[in-house]
Design a protein around this ligand. Sequence first.
Ligand code: HEM
Length: 703
Amino acid sequence: MFTSSQGVNGTSTLRNSKKKTVKKYISAITVPLPVSPVVRVRQSGRTPKDRMDIFAGQMEDPAAAFSVAISGLVFADFAKRIRSDTGLPLKSQQVQEALAILYPKISEICNHLKPQRANCKSSYPYRMPDGSCNNPSTGVLKGAALTAQARFVDPEYGDPDNLGHIPRIYGKNGKLTSPREISNVVLSTTEDFRSPKSTRYTLTLVHFAQFVDHDVIKTPATKIPNSTANDIFNEQKIEDCDEDCVKPKEHCFPFKIPDDHFQNDFGTKCMHFVRNKPAPSEWCLPGPRHQLNERTAFLDLSATYGSSQIRVNELRQWEGGRLNASKDDLLPDGPPVGDCLPDQVCFNSGDYRFQEIPMLTVIHIVFLREHNRIAGILSNLNRHWNDEKLFQESKKILTGIYQHIIYNEFLPLLVGRDMAYGSNLMSSKTAHRNSFSAYADPSTLNEFGAAAFRFGHSLVGRHIGSMNRNFKIKASEEMRRDFFNNDKMRDLNIYGPTRMGRWMAETLMRKRDRFISDQIRNHLFETKFDGPSDGFDLASLNIQRGRDHGIPGYNKLRMYCGLYPSNVFNTGPMGFRDHDHETVKKLSQVYRHTDDVDLFVGGITEKPSCNGEILGPTFKCLIAQQFQRYKEGDRFFYENNFQNTGFTLEQLNDIKKQTFAGIYCRSLKLKTIQPKVFEKGGTNRRLHCDSIPSPDLNLWKEN
Ligand code: HEM
């Protein structure tokens, strides 16, 4: 069968041998490793900053991620040293000649440090957890976990060689404005004005979108080797990046908080911000800094199953093909130090960001329960199947349904039906349709993760809530009290997944516009257990993250999409033609040049392309192209007609009848639901759950 060097028993041996070689290599190379800063002892998990560090820095497979990041640093630091030692530009002939001599050595180090991948066998019918072996060409790891994010366009960093030692800090006419100031002027709501609600889309769409985001991308923050520990993989977080905004510490990129009645009440002048880990390019070629993706890029439910063999092994029950669950069929209990509040028992799931807000936890519970339901039925139908077969087949079926929902229910709402058809996103009504190309690159793109798919931050409202079986509000409270609070899921009488799921299906989301709820713009990662504290501003973080990753301005991406750039601050044909007048006025207050407008800001402030649609043209274009790549670069895409890995015609046609409402009903044990659960109103009235399609698992019965 399939042999994997990352298998259950191979894992620790691999780690130990890696440790030795990593140490050997690190002592052999002359590139200095960053010096660890002074560690301030603090009760963990108590402040928004502590929570952010756990949220951004937790790793699924720390050893592997460490190795990859170090190989990214090798290049970055090497190039930096050459520049400072010789004073010559990187492109100069002398430096290029020196590089040509040194390149084989550096490349060997870089390749060696990368995680070992499975030995691919084309006959193996299932996906690998880390997404390797998806592409049949030997050694092609596009879309696999722990590879670099691809890019639509070249990065623009702040250092002369554009390598990324310095993030994008300059615009056409000098230094860019602080993200917090941009957020205050362009993206803020007030006590008297809040973004209106959508008239059509529900909160289920918002948190399904968030789940999809966590399935395809996790960009880890930089951590550094712990100089006091004897274990090279024992990394520590970078503390207190908010100490100095003018001369930040290495790997920090804090930004100034201008005179700001909200933040300054807590004496905060500078917002903590850690740069994301560097990643080597696919073939270890020297070049600008890229960022790592810890998830597989494939739409493979890695948010449920994990992106590494280690995580899948931890989550499986190893009996009947099931995943672990805890009391009341909730997610299983997780490790002691997790992303939940102090004194709580954290849950566990494939992606560890799921406790960030209880509505997202609901979506994780929905998929966990559906997996176990499918596994239970399959084990009755096929008594001769062992745990492995039951697990893999259940995962394959659920992933197929999930992909069908994304391409046929979710994306047409997001990018509009015309673009969904035009970009080859929609499936055929019935039958197979091959769209795989070994040349397509399914990697998650940097501009997608750092800007376009963050559109969801504008849909987030102010509350979390629950509804009883008559769809009447049972409870509701401000969101800022409940970041990382998993009590809401355990408390089945007032909240719990069913009541909250009902509330999400019934409650309309905020319109996608330029306004970001103060719950995440001023209070991000505060909780009810804190006194008043200086929460983060997610809108500012998005802007700064784009600069950290060297994402070029909005105009560059518009041109990539074949849209006119904006050359003047007005709404005329030479200006911001997809914006309204008021917004352009605000943009002109914080940007000195139209080319400086950050991609997140330019995209989130666009008007929707058509009335009733969610996104404006630039984000629509980037998101449609990304999902096209996810489909065309995935050998296991559910519609493909490949013997061994695909579905039979009958099975596929049955999958094509499934909707998210069905999974939602079954998993949350609802009585009624509207058949299009991402939408509300019109003819989409609530129906009895029995009349919503459920997969006919008899089609998987083997004689
Ligand atoms: C209450 C809801 C949400 C909270 C509290 C939240 C919070 C966050 C935070 C703290 C980050 C990291 C920011 C940084 O330092 O770069 C982030 C990243 C991100 N968020 Fe959200 N988010 C929420 C909802 C959503 C939704 C609904 C979507 C999509 C529709 C979304 C898409 C993303 C994406 C694509 C990233 C980048 C992920 C990565 O690169 O690893 N988020 N979010």
